[in-house]
Each structure stands twice: as C-alpha cells, then as structure tokens.
Design a protein around this ligand. Structure first.
Ligand SMILES: NC(=O)C1=CN([C@@H]2O[C@H](COP(=O)(O)OP(=O)(O)OC[C@H]3O[C@@H](n4cnc5c(N)ncnc54)[C@H](O)[C@@H]3O)[C@@H](O)[C@H]2O)C=CC1
Ligand SMILES: O=C(O)[C@H]1O[C@H](OP(=O)(O)OP(=O)(O)OC[C@H]2O[C@@H](n3ccc(=O)[nH]c3=O)[C@H](O)[C@@H]2O)[C@H](O)[C@@H](O)[C@@H]1O
Length: 467
C-alpha cells in the first residue's frame, strides 16, 4: 500500500488495522517490521497520501476500493485443522465491509486465500439488502520479504482476477489495472478469471517451495555420494527450461506462507476428491521437515552422538536474511531438536529481538504439526537451555559448535580465526545455508559440515552417510 501511495500521488491510501500497537508503530519513527527500503517509501508518503489508522470502519466506509490483507493462517482446530486456511479474519472483515458501506465498492482479495473464496465473500457482501454493488477482485501478492520494495517496484507480473464475464466485472478489473499501470508495464499486468487468480497464487508458492525441497532432497544424496549440491544446482539451473533461481540448498524453507499455502492446497485437493494430487504436494513439506531433522541428526551424531551440556552457537534465527520475521523459521525446529538433546544454545540474530526468540521457542507445538519436534519441551527447560546475545563473537565464545541457520551477509565475513581460537577443540561449524568458505575454515582447523557438500573426513568416520 505504501508503494501504491508512492507511485500514485493522486490516490489517497488509508492503511487500517484493528491492532493498536501496530498502527502506533506505523505512525512512529520505528516501523513495526524490518524491510530494506520500506522506511524511505513510508516517510516520503506518510501524512501526504498515506495514512495509518485504527478507525477501520470510518475509512472503509469512505473508500472506493478496499484491499483486504488480513492474515489467513492454517486452522488450528475443528474441521480441516492443520491444513485448511482459517478464514475467520477474512469473514469478519467482509461482514464489517457489508455493514458499514454506504456506497458501491471494489473489494480486493490481497490475502492468500483458498480458490473459490471470492464466491463466499460475494455471498456475504451481496446479501446486504442495501442496493450497494460490490465487485470482488483477486489480486494476490507475490513480493518476498527482504526484497519487498524491489519486488513491488519491478514485479515479474501483477495478477488481477475478476468477473470477466460481466461488464461490471470488466470495469472493476480495469480500475485496478489502471492503478498498477502507473508504474508496471501493461504487458506484465495479467487479467484472468477469479478462480485462476486465486489458484495461481497457491500454485506459485507451491512450485517455489517444491524447487527448494527438490534441491534439498538432492543435498542428502550429494552428501551420500560425494557430489556437491552447489555444482549440481548450477549445472541443473543452466538449463534455460529450469532456470537458476531458487535452487539453493538449505536447512529448510521457512516463512509464514509456503507451508501454510501448500497445506491449504493439499486440503483443497482432498476436498475435491483428488488424494493423489494432495499426496504429491504433501511430499514437499515432508522433505522440508526431513531436511530440518536431518540437520539436527548430522550435528548430534558428528559430536560423538551427544550434545548434552555442550554450548552450541546459533547464528541467525529469522527465516531468511534481511528480515526480522521468524514465522515458521527452520531455526525453531533446529533449536528445539538441539534442546531435546540437552544442548545449551547461545543465539544471535541481527534483527530478531530476544523476546521474539524466546516466544517462538516456548510456543507449544500443535498436535497436528508434522515436524520432527512435536514432542513438547517444558518451559523451564527452554529457559535453562537458551541464551540470546548481541553479536556473533559473544555467541561463539567457548562454544563447541556453530550452526549457521540464516544467511545474513555479516556471517560471511566474520573473523573465523579469532572465533576458532575462542572455542574448545574439536571446533565444529554446521552451515545450514552454505555461506561459509569451507576450504578456508578447514584450513583454520574447524570441522565443517555444509549442506549437500562433500563431507569432512572427520564427519565421514563419525556418522552414517545419511543420518
Ligand atoms: N507476509 C508476506 O510477505 C506475504 C503475505 N501474503 C498474504 O497476506 C496475508 C497477510 O499476511 P501478513 O501481512 O504476513 O499477516 P500479518 O498477520 O502480519 O498481518 C495481518 C494484519 O491483519 C490485521 N487484521 C486481522 N483482522 C482484521 C480486521 N478484521 N480488520 C482490520 N485488520 C485486521 C491484523 O491485526 C494484522 O495486523 C496472508 O494471507 C498472507 O498469506 C501474501 C504475500 C506475501
Ligand atoms: O506468499 C508469500 O508470502 C511469499 O512467499 C515467498 O516469499 P518469502 O517467504 O517472503 O521468502 P522466500 O524468498 O520465498 O524464501 C522462503 C524460504 O525459502 C528459503 N529458500 C529460498 C530460496 C532457495 O533457493 N532456498 C531456500 O531455502 C528461504 O531461506 C526462506 O526460508 C515467495 O517467494 C513470494 O513470492 C510470496 O509472495
């Protein structure tokens, strides 16, 4: 919305939220999220044509277009628990729009929603008996965190789905298209029917996550055979039909959307009587869970099968670099796995505050959660096992091993010789993001494990090829 305000000075954008602390932060000097470039955009427009407010109903009543971007998490109980999207927030937003509107509006689905949600929303909005006309559009968002501003300034495509079969539907599509046309070339604005737009978003996230699970599955085979996953991804990605992006092996994908959206897709397939299709996509998540537990097993087995009482430095907690977001970060499962094995963790992340890290590690796992760490860990154990510090040197001092769990640039250029000198021997590095210089670290004296890379001779003798 800030980018729309920046690119379309003639449009007034009011961002409304029921959360008072969030809106207060959006109106303050310190925005509630860390996102490179966002501060600049907000500061340029705030108070001009971009406003943040808790007066949800008043602003909705006055708007011509309402973008609904509320959260759509996975249902945690009841029918479809653990898979279906929880549309409670969406439904209550739609009811509120129906209640407060006095003029016709375009309602835009910005949140990621199950295919056919627009049909339900239409029913809620059109049963208002007020003679007001609502047009529903699906305009899914494809930005990635950490690169959100660049993605929005120069999107691969903008997708708008609407009722192409009616003149009013076509008019609404054109209205939204004209907004994006302020800065997005026409040929990159794709217009489709509602269901194609809704499903394309789920499909795009599923395809992206599938690439990561594919390369991660190869990383296990690389370790077993002596192939190097970086060389394999490079060679595979050189095929122009496959392409080079999104082929970096890792400790697993995280973020608030990939898992939730695939689970949602799986549920939709099951509801449509397509169990084979559902099982196909489920596998993407299973490999992701396998990759996280494989990493923990590698670590424990290479340290003589026990990390009990050993200090492990965790470098990085966010789900990717350049964001402070920890939703579904693989670090949660890896840390919980290590705590289960009674390790002492010293965690450092450049953007994630201590309260957030502790909140994530203390959060009880839901029964339906498929990850390896479903066993509940007592709160006291977490408090006793975790310390959060403010820099990488403090985290690694006296640590038996270092785990790199987020690919923050600063972890590439640390003084690893200094770090090595401050660690008991043998000193280990477990790189879950393939960012350290393995050769250089081995020369210093570290035993290094890097996902999908030929194994350190020490590791080969200490553990089976595939843990
Ligand atoms: N985070 C991301 O990078 C992307 C998110 N999405 C989708 O966007 C949607 C939102 O995601 P996030 O922003 O990450 O979620 P979020 O949970 O950070 O934000 C949702 C906001 O909606 C507010 N809210 C809930 N009900 C409301 C209501 N009735 N009226 C007013 N405000 C209400 C909440 O207070 C919260 O601030 C999800 O469907 C997600 O899948 C899509 C693409 C990228
Ligand atoms: O719907 C959404 O929320 C968004 O989800 C992802 O964006 P995001 O989760 O912010 O970040 P990504 O860059 O996709 O990374 C997701 C996870 O995959 C991991 N990843 C990514 C790429 C790769 O090659 N390997 C890999 O392990 C990242 O480290 C991270 O944990 C999609 O990339 C966006 O297009 C989409 O809009």
């Amino acid at each position: 919305m800030a980018v729309i305000a920046l690119k379309c000075p003639s449009i007034e954008v009011a961002v409304v939220d029921i959360s008072v602390p969030r809106i207060t932060a959006w109106n303050s000097e310190k925005l509630p999220i860390y996102e490179p470039g966002l501060d600049d955009v907000v500061k340029k427009c705030r108070g001009r044509n971009l406003f943040f407010s808790n007066e949800v109903e008043k602003n909705v009543a006055q708007a011509d277009i309402v973008f609904v971007s509320v959260n759509t998490p996975t249902k945690s109980s009841g029918l479809g628990a653990g898979k279906a999207a929880d549309l409670t927030y969406w439904e209550s937003a739609a009811r509120m729009i129906a209640d407060v509107s006095k003029s016709s509006k375009i309602v835009v689905e910005k949140s990621t929603v199950p295919v056919k949600t627009a049909e339900a929303i239409e029913k809620i909005l059109t049963h208002n008996n007020k003679g007001i006309e609502f047009q529903i559009l699906s305009n899914p968002e494809f930005l990635a965190e950490g690169t959100a501003i660049a993605d929005l300034f120069d999107p691969d495509r903008v997708l708008i789905g609407g009722r192409e079969e009616t003149p009013a539907g076509l008019k609404a599509i054109k209205t939204l298209k004209d907004i994006y046309a302020h800065w997005v070339p026409q040929e990159r604005i794709i217009c489709t029917n509602l269901w194609s737009a809704e499903l394309s978003k789920l499909a795009a996230n599923a395809f992206l996550a599938q690439r990561i699970s594919s390369v991660n599955s190869m990383s296990a085979l690389c370790e077993a055979t002596g192939a190097d996953v970086t060389q394999v991804s490079y060679s595979v990605g050189k095929d122009s039909r496959i392409g080079p992006k999104f082929l970096s092996a890792s400790v697993g994908f995280g973020g608030s959307c990939f898992q939730k959206d695939i689970l949602n897709l799986v549920y939709i397939c099951e509801c449509n009587g397509l169990p084979e299709v559902a099982n196909y996509w489920k596998q993407v998540i299973k490999i992701n869970d396998y990759q996280k537990s494989r990493f923990v097993n590698r670590l424990v087995s290479s340290m003589f099968n026990t990390v009990s009482g050993k200090k492990i430095a965790i470098l990085g907690f966010s789900f990717k670099k350049d964001t402070g977001d920890t939703r579904e970060t693989p670090a949660i499962d890896v840390c919980r796995g290590l705590i289960m094995d009674r390790a002492q963790l010293i965690i450092y992340d450049p953007q994630v505050p201590e309260e957030q890290i502790m909140k994530d590690l203390l959060m009880p796992k839901c029964d339906w959660d498929q990850t390896g760490s479903t066993i509940q860990i007592g709160e006291e154990t977490v408090w006793q096992s975790v310390k959060v510090v403010h820099n990488a040197y403090e985290a690694t001092k006296d640590a038996h091993a270092i785990c790199v769990l987020t690919e923050w640039d600063e972890f590439k250029s640390l003084d690893y010789k200094k770090i090595f000198d401050n660690m008991p021997k043998p000193a280990y590095v477990f790189d879950g993001r393939n960012i350290v210089d393995v050769g250089k670290l081995r020369q210093i004296g570290f035993i290094v494990y890097s996902i999908g890379k030929p194994l350190d001779p020490w590791l080969k003798s200490e553990m089976p090829a595939v843990a």
